[in-house]
Ligand binder design. Structure first.
Ligand SMILES: *[C@@H]1O[C@H](CO)[C@@H](O)[C@H](O)[C@H]1NC(C)=O
Ligand SMILES: *[C@@H]1O[C@H](CO)[C@@H](O)[C@H](O)[C@H]1NC(C)=O
Length: 991
């Protein structure tokens, strides 16, 4: 939804209302261009540990080869068994007296080929430190990020083998598939090189930026009058090491002082990808998919990429500033090789990126220079805990990452239809009216949304009795066409007497605490509020109870949930969030867990929606939760959107790269507000945005309360018609989308994919982020994102034939092709070699398409062959887990001239029963694009179906062929082959 601003026109108590209204009127009048308030968010120089770690790196760099990283692995401490290497790192802090800090090291080698490096601090681990200010916080470094993020893939490697090289001072572990991976652990200074096939892919601490700020007591500065030098040890040390102590013990920003009871405790290390020029990931940021350098210079950023989940009001484009969510997962890519790392730390994190030109060694004649991408990661607290993925393909890296953090939830079918939202549909009659108007204009949609105004005074789990007198009647009307309602429920709970929810929250002590362990109070939409602490199992259990039908009045089974403001957004908190020294369940400081906070809320809501359904007669339905804040693992629980964007062409353009970035970051169920949240889009912009939105995995129109109404039927000619076509296109392709979601939910594959992911060998396409492939359907869309465009240039990476989706105009790759794109047209090409499933009957909602027949579009490639997949289930329950689904592979062979449907499913308890329900669902049409000229005289094809009565002759179906003309390919149609979608069959074009 929206953020914290004077422009917001609600939320304060009456005393403020007048002033706010006046100011907001002024402010909204005076701000035609919107911009982020930089002063509300820290720069690196304003974030103590960021500055310290950057300074440390600068210091190390300036000394270059004479820099001696103070971290050494004690060789005598190394142990190895069952795929786990352990030992102790010694950090020398005072060379004169050889004083060291002990840092336990564990390197884990997993059966999957993933490795993990974990570095802790012994003294904090044992709790042998003193907290300042009588703090109630935990003493250990936070070690529970894995509890939230990691759900699988942790089986230890049985084949990993260790060997030592005493002379080189290193230890080597061979592991991974076919023992082709290697970790070379250097003892002094400590560092690890990861190799694949003998070639180094990733180096840790090559630059010597490793930094673990160990615990130390605060030595009070000499008081005035005391003789200098008497008590000045820490100052001397500081001078010697060049460390900046000013932010060790206390830090202030925006009027808030962080008490930092554990003192300085940041961790950091450099990670080099030798020979890799492109890095991707670390969502969520604006800016290009292929990440920029961050240490200044022409066209580069001056600030590191930041990960600190924040409600960034009116965020800016092309920026490394933090946004609402964090996925600390990065991929490095070069021709035919991809590797990656996951930095499992939930505290505020920054990442510097430098692409260093390494010149050719003059002695190695003929070998040119190359580029290394040097990254530097640091977090305010917690462990160094890094997972290492060695690829070799982008698919392998995303799969390994998803195996650990979980696959995308397979959503209900409705969730990938179109969602109609605005702040706000103001009454239940308004909702009913919008619903009727969609029908009147024959525009499909699945879900209508309610923003915060539906509640009584921003008290969640209530309805405003004046504006929403009949919520059940409203939900019933929606259900008549299998439509859903999504209502917002945020984590801030209004502090108001007589509100049952807040009374329970307080009496059961389930809210986030202040640093002194009393309940934390802050400001958000309702005014004074408390925040549920979903790190607490009892809080999550209580939350689940609130969604029971009996407890959440007037909630029906077609109601689902939107969790917003879960960074958490706190209007009067530092950087619009909670103080870092707040305490959560288990007495972890907010500092330690901040980036996971949003995920804990949607975890609780997901579980809540499951348990409210237990009483239903229907089998359990899959929850739907939309979240704004997220972390690694959130993909298991719902969808995300890119927050409060603006109705401008550049925001439309930026959305494509941001959504692609979410896909390769393992959270592909992503979308941006169609039309732009702030401001009023022109008709043209709105139209183009719907056309782009038809290719967002999560497709929702949304708008700010101050904007004009913009439901598609209001746009007027020709926009309403064009938008309707875009929505119908989305609905006709739902079988392809759902199949892509299935693939994401089983192998981590992004739902929409960037060029480098599909063509990992094509160097020219590595930075392309303005066009996208839909799953593995071969559909390539290039949304129009500039005003007045009549055409777009589409980049084709491979030597394949591509066809215009609508008129079959052919384009021969590779190269950049200009494709006409008048307003009514979405530029979409079909890559040869694929078969695309569609459902072409226009319906009001996806639920009404359940038993509709299919059309298969066979797009012949240069080889003359094509193949595709279809995944299908009931679209709502979990019965697919018991085999209640259809999964077919379609293959057309240009050699045998047959199209066949093969079963890819694994039979389960519910398979037969499900197939029975789908028995009458047939293929009604097959379109063959690039059909051979020899079919000119053909009028029939032979059709045979599995299980058919052997004595019944093979059926015939009519074929018509259409000649190529004016650059458009020849095509053929088989009408009504009438084969069942759930059965094996064959269409014979030779007979
Ligand atoms: C929610 O979190 C708890 C605690 O980490 C976990 O056991 C549970 O599986 C999570 N629920 C879902 C749906 O992921
Ligand atoms: C198979 O077809 C024959 C001839 O049409 C018919 O008599 C017979 O009943 C059919 N058998 C089955 C099992 O449908």
């Amino acid at each position: 939804m929206r953020g914290n601003t004077m422009c917001r026109s609600r939320g304060f108590s009456s005393r403020w209302t007048h002033l706010v209204l006046v100011l907001s009127a002024l402010c909204c009048l005076l701000t035609p261009t919107l911009s982020v308030k930089h002063e509300n968010f820290k720069t690196c120089a304003q974030s103590g540990f960021c500055k310290r770690n950057r300074d440390y790196a600068d210091h190390a760099s300036s000394l270059s080869s004479s820099w001696d990283s103070p971290y050494k692995l004690d060789s005598s401490s190394i142990k190895f068994s069952n795929g786990v290497l352990s030992g102790t790192l010694l950090k020398t802090i005072d060379t004169t007296i050889a004083e060291t800090v002990r840092l336990p090291l564990i390197i884990t080698f997993l059966e999957s080929g993933t490795a993990r490096i974990t570095i802790d601090e012994e003294r904090r681990q044992k709790g042998e430190i003193e907290l300042r200010h009588d703090s109630k916080a935990r003493k250990e470094r936070y070690n529970e990020a894995e509890k939230w993020a990691i759900v699988g893939g942790m089986q230890l490697s049985s084949g990993a083998a260790v060997s030592r090289d005493a002379e080189a001072g290193s230890t080597k572990v061979v592991y991974g598939p076919g023992s082709t991976f290697e970790a070379v652990i250097h003892h002094a200074p400590f560092g690890v090189d990861f190799k694949r096939g003998g070639e180094t892919q990733i180096k840790f601490n090559e630059k010597g930026y490793m930094n673990v700020e160990h615990w130390r007591p605060k030595i009070e500065k000499p008081v005035e009058g005391k003789k200098e030098g008497e008590d000045g040890i820490s100052e001397e040390v500081a001078k010697e090491t060049g460390e900046d102590e000013s932010t060790w013990w206390e830090e202030s920003f925006g009027g808030n002082t962080d008490s930092k009871p554990r003192g300085p405790e940041s961790v950091g290390i450099d990670v080099t990808f030798p020979g890799y020029e492109h890095v991707y990931g670390i969502a969520e940021h604006t800016g290009p998919l292929s990440l920029k350098q961050t240490r200044g210079g022409e066209g580069n950023f001056n600030e590191p990429y930041r990960l600190y989940n924040s409600d960034v009001f009116e965020y800016e484009l092309d920026s490394p500033m933090t946004l609402y969510g964090s996925i600390p997962f990065m991929q490095a890519h070069k021709k035919d090789s991809t590797v990656g790392i996951l930095w499992l730390n939930a505290a505020e994190t920054w990442i510097d990126i430098v692409k260093a030109k390494i010149s050719a060694n003059p002695l190695s004649l003929g070998i040119g220079g190359h580029t290394d991408t040097q990254t530097h990661w640091f977090s305010e607290s917690g462990l160094i805990d890094v997972f290492v993925f060695l690829g070799p393909s982008p698919k392998d890296v995303v799969r390994s990452y998803s195996e650990l953090t979980g696959y995308t939830q397979l959503p209900q079918q409705f969730a990938i239809g179109y969602h109609q939202c605005r702040w706000n549909y103001v009454t239940d009659e308004d909702v009913r009216d919008v619903d009727r108007k969609f029908d009147k204009h024959s525009i499909p949609y699945d879900v209508i949304w309610l923003d915060i105004e539906y509640t009584e005074g921003k008290k969640y789990f209530t309805w405003d009795p004046l504006t929403f007198p009949d919520p059940l009647g409203m939900q019933k009307q929606l259900d008549a066409h299998d439509r859903k309602l999504v209502a917002i429920i945020d984590p801030h709970i209004k502090n108001e007497g007589g509100y049952g929810v807040v009374d329970e929250l307080k009496s059961k002590d389930l809210a986030v605490h202040n640093k002194d362990d009393t309940i934390y109070e802050g400001w958000c939409w309702p005014g004074s509020s408390y925040w549920i602490d979903c790190f607490s199992p009892s809080a999550r259990k209580w939350w689940a109870g609130l969604f029971q039908y009996a407890k959440f009045p007037s909630s029906a089974p077609n109601l689902f949930i939107w969790n917003d403001m879960n960074e958490p957004s706190v209007f009067n908190g530092p950087e619009t969030t909670m103080p870092k020294d707040n305490l959560h369940h288990g007495h972890w400081e907010h500092r330690d867990v901040h980036n996971i906070n949003g995920m804990t809320l949607i975890n609780a809501t997901y579980e809540a929606l499951l348990s409210r359904n237990k009483a239903e007669e229907k089998s359990l339905r899959r929850p739907f939760v939309l979240t704004r804040s997220f972390y690694s693992g959130s993909q298991r629980l719902g969808a995300m959107w890119t927050g409060d964007n603006q109705a401008s062409w550049d925001h439309l353009a930026a959305s494509v790269g941001m959504i692609l970035s979410m896909g390769i970051s393992g959270f592909p169920f992503a979308g941006a507000d169609v039309g732009g949240f702030f401001g009023n889009p022109s008709k043209e912009l709105l139209t183009r945005w719907y056309q782009a939105g038809a290719f967002y995995p999560f497709f929702r129109g949304h708008a700010h309360i101050d904007t004009r109404r913009r439901e598609p039927y209001l746009a007027g000619a020709p926009s309403t018609e064009i938008i309707t076509q875009a929505l119908r296109l989305r609905y006709s392709l739902l079988p392809a989308w759902y199949t892509a979601f299935h693939q994401a939910s089983t192998s981590g594959t992004p739902i929409v994919q960037p060029n480098y992911y599909v063509h990992p060998g094509d160097e020219k396409g590595f930075a392309i982020d303005d066009q996208l492939y839909l799953g593995n359907t071969g559909l390539l869309a290039k949304p129009v994102t500039s005003e007045g465009a009549e055409s777009v240039d589409i980049y084709l990476a491979d030597a394949e034939t591509y066809y215009d989706y609508f008129d079959f105009t052919t384009y021969q790759g590779p190269g950049t092709k200009t494709v006409a794109a008048p307003l009514e047209k979405i530029p979409i090409l079909m890559q040869g070699g694929h078969i695309i499933p569609r459902r072409e009957r226009p319906r009001r909602s996806s639920g009404l398409m359940k038993f509709d027949p299919f059309t298969l579009v066979v797009v012949l490639g240069n080889s003359g062959d094509a193949e595709g997949e279809l995944y299908l289930d009931d679209g709502e329950s979990f019965e697919y887990e018991a085999g209640a689904y259809i999964h077919r592979k379609f293959a057309y062979s240009g050699t045998t001239l047959t199209l066949s449907s093969e079963d890819l499913s694994i039979e389960g308890k519910k398979t037969k029963q499900y197939l029975q329900t789908m028995m009458d669902v047939r293929v009604e049409k097959i379109i063959i694009i690039g059909a051979p000229e020899s079919w000119k005289t053909k009028s029939e094809v032979g059709v045979s179906e599995e299980g058919a009565n052997k004595s019944t002759p093979v059926k015939k179906a009519a074929l018509s062929w259409h000649a190529a003309s004016g650059g458009k390919a020849a095509w053929a149609v088989v009408r009504n082959p009438a084969v069942a979608i759930g059965k094996g069959w064959k269409v014979d074009f030779a007979s």
